[in-house]
Design a protein around this ligand. Structure first.
Ligand code: SF4
Length: 206
């Protein structure tokens, strides 16, 4: 009986400390995200853009050829079709993205960054705050933080049952066929090494 009570107390304490740790990590991530977003908002003022425009633009800069449609942007941003449509129209009107019909299915639109869109991204990323913090932290420490954040993101994407939009290289359908070539087992198409670094709406961890 005494042993059972001891085990129960340990379990309660463990859950308590896990909850405290999780809350403090959530607070840290929210504060970091708040700082980055506030800086980004300022950087976007000269371009007449808001955060949501930037989010769509940034997504299109690192998504793959299966994920460059308005529907994929809608799924990624988790917003309504109408809102995303307005966002994309603003980006087209300002000349930051192009919208062209798919070569095989003319009803489907393909989105891509224009040179002006790529230049905008280069101008605002990386943010000054993060760049300065990187200079102050030891190289090893910064790399360690990057790896831990990547691991946290992958785990959360795994837990989340929605589409993960993960990096192609980590997908269960990705198969290495030679030193410099990969194949998507889902589409049966060849992937270049550069393509495996992009994110995909069909990505799956398991
Ligand atoms: S291997 Fe996975 S992530 Fe890569 S293109 Fe195929 S489905 Fe998308």
């Amino acid at each position: 009986m005494e042993q059972h009570n001891h085990k129960l107390v340990n379990n309660v304490l463990l859950r308590y400390y896990m909850a405290v740790d999780t809350i403090s990590i959530q607070q840290l991530l929210e504060r970091i995200s708040g700082l980055l977003r506030s800086e980004l908002r300022q950087s976007l003022v000269p371009y007449g853009l808001q955060q949501v425009h930037f989010d769509a633009l940034h997504y299109l800069s690192h998504c793959n050829r299966y994920s460059d449609t308005p529907m994929a942007v809608t799924e990624y941003l988790g917003q309504t079709k109408g809102t995303v449509s307005q966002t994309l129209n603003v980006l087209v009107r300002k000349g930051y993205i192009s919208k062209t019909p798919d070569e095989e299915d003319g009803r489907m639109m393909r989105l891509a960054l224009t040179p002006a869109g790529k230049k905008l991204l280069r101008n605002v990323l990386p943010g000054d705050l993060l760049s300065q913090a990187r200079q102050r932290l030891p190289f090893k420490e910064f790399n360690h933080i990057a790896q831990s954040l990547q691991q946290l993101l992958s785990t959360m994407q795994h837990v989340n049952q929605n589409k993960s939009f993960g990096q192609c290289a980590t997908c269960v359908h990705n198969e290495k066929t030679s030193a410099q070539s990969y194949r998507c087992k889902l589409t049966q198409e060849t992937l270049s090494p550069a393509e495996t670094q992009l994110i995909c709406r069909e990505h799956s961890f398991a």
